[in-house]
Design a protein around this ligand. Structure first.
Ligand code: PLP
Length: 385
């Protein structure tokens, strides 16, 4: 696939085998765990599903690398497999990590509890305050970790300075790009070493598989692949097929989700019962100008608080009809959830509140329903809140 082609074309064609396999226009599923030995000299080159190198894996790797303009990619059994394996590939016992303070709850817990038990120390940083990072860096700091738009507050850190800071100090820069998807942000072009995804979300887009991705330089992706080969968090070929199929509609889905989320954010901001709306596409977002400069769209996720706090949020959630009340995001169906009870319930309450995640904060993942229907449903649910 020529790199000059647009992303809308790449999602359909990038990574396809040439010539097509027996003429099949859709990539067939290679549901075989083992393959005949053909003289491979390295363990990692033996063809085997756990070694992440079946034809379905390889097609996806080529597609994902192409979408973010990176050298290589790897799919994993979940977003957490991508995140944990990438971190365990660039950090060893005795190393230190700088990580953004407000992260997806699972990542936050992995860094604070699991990595610590492997002898990796960490400091949380405010990704919006570069002047404070130098004070936290140590001789043994090896990596820096951020999210493109944080879940659930949709903060946009000083991402370009993160990548520059890492280069200058010899750190590996990692970014969880799930919330933006490759349609809205491509980290390699902004200097990041590794981009990570919960492919469960926008990349697959249909809430029917769990998957992850690691995208970046060939050398780093190879390091992560070898670690994943041992840790075992591989994606099954049938899930590879579903993910490949989901990605084909990523560009059209994301375009619609960007538009509906902006409409909904603007609508919510006008409602007298709403205290605060977090969406980088709003002029009122503290980093709106940065988001406009970095992103091609602002994504399908937004969060808001009601003036009536937790009680009003609970009334709203009981009344809303169209979205399912369920955690996660990025699917064709709209979802609402309260992060304090789902994605961030593992975080100590004091810490959660200090970060600004109020008990009554509602996270919305906008789906592909008609914007008019979503807005009308929110209007009737707000009337009862
Ligand atoms: N990263 C972000 C930003 C997420 O929101 C999630 C899950 O919600 C993950 C990673 C973990 O992904 P998975 O559930 O696919 O393991």
């Amino acid at each position: 696939m020529k790199s000059s082609e647009r992303l809308e074309t790449k999602v359909i064609h990038a990574g396809d085998p040439h010539p097509r396999i027996l003429g099949a226009v859709s990539m067939p599923v290679f549901q075989s765990s083992i393959y005949e030995y053909s003289g491979e000299t390295s363990y990692h080159d033996l063809k085997y599903i756990r070694l992440n190198n079946t034809p379905n894996h390889q097609a996806l790797h080529r597609k994902l690398a192409s979408l973010e303009g990176a050298e290589d990619a790897l799919v994993t059994g979940s977003g957490m497999a991508a995140i944990s394996t990438a971190l365990l590939s660039v950090l060893s016992s005795g190393d230190h990590l700088l990580a953004q303070d407000c992260l997806y709850g699972g990542t936050h817990e992995f860094i604070a509890r699991d990595l610590k038990s492997f002898g990796v120390s960490f400091d949380f940083i405010d990704a919006d305050k570069p002047a404070s990072w130098g004070k936290k860096i140590r001789r043994n700091t090896k990596a820096i970790y951020v999210e493109t738009m944080t879940n659930p507050l949709l903060q946009v850190g000083d991402l370009e300075t993160v990548a520059r800071f890492a280069k200058k100090r010899g750190l590996v820069s990692l970014i969880d790009n799930t919330s933006a998807s490759p349609v809205n942000f491509r980290p390699a072009g902004r200097g990041f070493d590794l981009s990570l995804h919960s492919a469960t979300k926008y990349l697959n887009g249909h809430s029917d598989i769990v998957a992850g991705a690691v995208i970046g330089s060939a050398a780093l992706v190879e390091r992560v692949t070898h670690r994943l080969n041992h840790l075992g968090g591989s994606l099954d070929p049938h899930a590879c097929f579903l993910l490949d199929r989901g990605i084909k509609t990523l560009a059209v889905r994301m375009e619609r989700q960007n538009r509906t989320a902006l409409d909904l954010a603007r609508f919510l901001e006008r409602q007298p019962k709403v205290a605060r709306v977090n969406y980088p596409g709003l002029e009122s977002h503290p980093r709106h100008h940065r988001a406009r400069e970095l992103f091609d769209g602002f994504g399908g996720l937004l969060s808001f608080e009601l003036k009536g706090g937790l009680k009003a949020a609970e009334r709203f959630m009981r009344r809303v009809r169209l979205p399912a009340v369920a955690p996660s995001f990025g699917g064709v169906e709209s979802l609402v959830t309260r992060p304090a009870t789902t994605s961030h319930s593992g975080m100590p309450v004091k810490e959660r509140r200090k970060l600004g995640i109020a008990d009554g904060l509602v996270l919305v993942s906008v789906g592909l329903e008609a914007a008019e229907d979503v807005l009308a449903d929110f209007e009737q649910a707000l009337a009862a809140a």
